[in-house]
Design a binder for this molecule. Structure first.
Ligand code: MGD
Ligand code: MGD
Ligand code: SF4
Ligand code: MO
Length: 671
């Protein structure tokens, strides 16, 4: 047996350091957490423990294939890599000469978070080609901008410091499932006397495990945050000294907060006035209070501004002054990369259009001039993108030439004209940052590629060669790319080089200590911003305000991730699927009774975009007016063959152009 090291590539904040055991036959037999990594500490989730099953899965794509049957019929024939590259190149050259290079659209997201295979050779290639640009906003664009409006950067406290917190608030994050090491750290804080609370729209695993749970109406977080500010200010509990020194626009913000007394906010959030006061006092009276701001709460029409409002709370209470106090939404600000060298925007020699990935259905069905070829990698849009029926209509277009580079025969790959097999992270090298902890990591390949699988970087190199692109950057190997990525004074000044990283495998970055104890070094004003000129440039008021959701049907559907899958990944791994059982819809007894729905009934969720049939679970873990279905199951797993995103609209969030998955209005009836 041989022990090798790797890094979890998935779109998960924990970015775990892994060990893989290899048997005599060179196959990976076991994947575990690296005990020596200060954040992973030997613990990983059960999804990734099931990796050997995924790597050697029967639905793994092993060689390139071309479609021989009807679109979507799943009939393919094996071809060689040379043939595949030749077919793609010939078709693209023809499209470019007839319709221009913008007729080609790349589509990718978080299949791997490895920097090299996520966004380097692909960007270079499509820039040089002059393809339509993709705005990759589906996950976190709104919240990310919301937080940055306040602090000027994606930097919060070092998560390891949260063990010093005395109040840990999981706000719109199901950390037990989606950020397990933050839950472990919070548990350590609890052992030191901290209280853990959850603020969510349903009593998920994290809420069940927390010491207290505040169940609020979807999209009402902005009203909640303004009301907490109101109570804190009105009762003289705001840290005025800190605010005078460190905040911009607090005076104007105060006037806004006064519009949200508990009497008003109770109606907006679903919490009683007493519970609102209790929560405000908890934040105000616990110096070391920490908010872990999740991604879930910002998948709404008002998600960006709601995030801004929440992130201002630790400034109002002065929590940033204390170790373990403050907030954390993302640590991405700790990982600047030399993007000019990596993505080579200079290779794009003309102005091309940019489209928003959230609106893939509209892009494929309505955009003019049309997209005539789609190249999908690192994503499974047939399942994960909103307005699924329109996406499927687009994928079904006879005249759309679709290439899908994938590890698995996904429901997107099924609609391809050409399928290319992709390596997993155990089969290629990559460089990893994290969007939660502060460790930079490197992973070598642990095994050779399965079948004829190739990495994203290698496929784009082959395409560049076929197009006779002469720039030397199309010959760069992974290690050269990693060196370019870190070629910034930021890394040099910390003594961090690729050479060192390769030797040490992971390097923990030095944090900023108390990042906002004296205002912000990242905003133009040098202060924490309660008002923003940037914001007013988007045509909005300078001061954040709450805009209530406007549901068009009686129930709001929230469909967040589940424990056993990583978005739609792992939903085809037999052992995990067996544990996840089947898609369920949580519905409150009041809503169930008025519709004659009993626990276990098949129900049809419907709105103007589509209909989905699944099993009802009648529970008090959701408020009346709200229904929840956890997990991006594949379409085939729903009783009528339509995925949950058949119901979600492709509207964009208030700021940042983000997705609004959880602002979905529906009606429900027994199926
Ligand atoms: N096991 C597992 N882990 C994952 C993923 C996965 O699919 N499975 N996905 C990964 C990815 S890509 C991401 S982005 C993260 C996402 O992980 P999180 O940051 O945890 O976000 P979500 O799970 O989308 O939503 C978290 C919670 O927000 C709640 N919520 C919805 N609307 C509102 C609201 O208006 N207000 C409040 N307060 N809460 C609301 C949902 O009910 C849900 O319980 O997880 C990553 N990790
Ligand atoms: N209803 C609803 N919809 C959602 C969400 C939700 O909470 N609710 N969450 C949204 C969020 S936050 C996100 S981030 C998106 C996620 O959307 P995606 O990023 O599309 O996520 P996955 O479903 O994990 O699909 C990734 C695919 O990439 C493939 N892949 C992995 N590694 C590689 C590689 O190295 N090369 C290639 N070529 N392929 C690879 C995997 O096999 C997998 O099929 O979904 C969004 N959709
Ligand atoms: S999915 Fe998340 S928790 Fe699981 S191993 Fe990967 S990084 Fe760790
Ligand atoms: Mo995400």
């Amino acid at each position: 047996m041989e022990i090798c090291y790797s890094v979890c590539p998935h779109d998960c904040p924990d970015t775990c350091s892994l060990t893989a055991e290899k048997g005599e036959d060179g196959k990976i037999t076991k994947v575990s957490g690296n005990r020596d990594h200060p954040v992973t500490k030997g613990v990983i989730c059960e999804k990734v423990r099931a990796y050997p099953e995924r790597i050697y899965s029967p639905s793994r794509l092993l060689y390139p294939m071309k479609r021989v049957g009807e679109k979507g019929a799943g009939e393919f024939e094996r071809i060689t890599w040379e043939d595949a590259i030749e077919i793609i190149t010939a078709r693209w050259k023809e499209l470019i000469s007839k319709f221009g290079s913008e007729s080609i659209l790349p589509y990718s997201y978080g299949g791997t978070e490895g920097i090299i295979n996520k966004s380097v050779m692909d960007r270079r290639f499509f820039h040089k080609l002059g393809a339509t640009l993709l705005d990759r906003t589906i996950c976190s664009a709104a919240g990310s901008l919301g937080y940055q409006l306040a602090y000027g950067s994606s930097i919060g406290i070092n998560p390891l410091d949260s063990v010093n917190s005395k109040l840990v608030a999981f706000w719109g994050i199901n950390a037990l499932d989606t950020n397990m090491h933050q839950a472990i750290l919070a548990d350590n804080a609890r052992k030191n006397g901290a209280k853990i609370i959850a603020i969510d729209v349903h009593k998920n695993k994290t809420a069940n495990w927390a010491d207290d749970f505040y169940m609020i109406m979807p999209g009402s977080d902005g009203a909640l945050a303004l009301c907490l500010a109101n109570i804190i200010i009105q009762n003289g509990l705001a840290d005025e000294e800190f605010l005078t020194k460190s905040a911009l626009g607090f005076k104007e913000f105060k006037t806004k907060a006064l519009e949200y007394p508990p009497e008003r906010a109770a109606g907006l959030t679903g919490l009683t006035e007493n519970r609102l006061k209790e929560l405000a006092y908890s934040f105000a009276e616990t110096k070391h209070s920490f908010i872990r701001i999740g991604n879930g709460l910002q998948h709404h029409n008002n998600g960006g501004v709601n995030t801004w409002l929440i992130s201002l709370l630790p400034a109002i209470t002065g929590a940033w002054k204390y170790k373990g106090g403050g907030a954390l939404r993302s640590s991405s600000g700790y990982f600047p990369l030399n993007d000019d060298a990596l993505k080579r925007p200079d290779l794009l020699k003309k102005t091309v259009r940019t489209v928003n990935m959230v609106q893939l259905g509209k892009i494929l069905c309505q955009l003019n001039p049309p997209v005539r070829s789609l190249y999908v990698y690192n994503s499974n849009p047939a399942v994960v993108a909103p307005n699924q029926n329109l996406v499927m209509k687009g994928l079904a277009r006879e005249d759309l030439f679709t290439v899908v580079h994938e590890q698995m025969m996904t429901e997107t790959a099924r609609w391809a004209d050409i399928i290319l097999p992709a390596t997993t992270s155990f089969e290629h090298k990559d460089l990893y940052a994290s969007y939660w902890h502060l460790s930079l990591q490197w992973a070598d390949a642990v095994i050779s590629p399965i079948g004829e699988a190739k990495s994203n970087a290698d496929v784009f190199k082959m395409l560049a060669k076929a197009f006779e692109f002469k720039e030397p950057c199309f010959n760069d190997g992974e290690e050269e790319i990693a060196i370019q990525a870190l070629d910034l004074p930021y890394w040099r000044n910390q003594g961090i080089t690729f050479e060192r990283l390769k030797k040490e495998r992971f390097i923990m970055l030095k944090d900023y200590g108390l990042p906002y104890a004296n205002g912000s070094r990242f905003t133009a004003s040098g202060r924490i911003e309660f008002k923003s000129e940037k914001f007013s440039k988007c045509g909005l008021d300078e001061i954040p305000d709450y805009s209530p959701p406007a549901p068009s049907l009686p129930l709001t559907l929230v469909a967040p991730p589940n424990h056993f899958f990583l978005n739609s990944t792992f939903a085809n791994v037999a052992s995990l699927k067996k544990k996840a059982i089947e898609p369920l819809l949580e519905i409150n007894p009041i809503d169930a009774q008025s519709r004659g729905i009993k626990d276990g009934d098949a129900v049809k969720i419907e709105n103007k975009l589509g209909a989905v049939v699944l099993k009802a679970k009648v529970v008090n873990s959701v408020l009346p007016g709200v229904v929840v279905s956890q997990g991006l199951w594949w379409r085939e797993d729903y009783k009528n063959g339509f995925g949950i995103n058949s119901l979600t609209q492709d509207d964009l969030s208030d700021i940042g152009g983000g997705a609004t998955f959880f602002s979905t209005s529906v009606e429900i009836a027994r199926a």
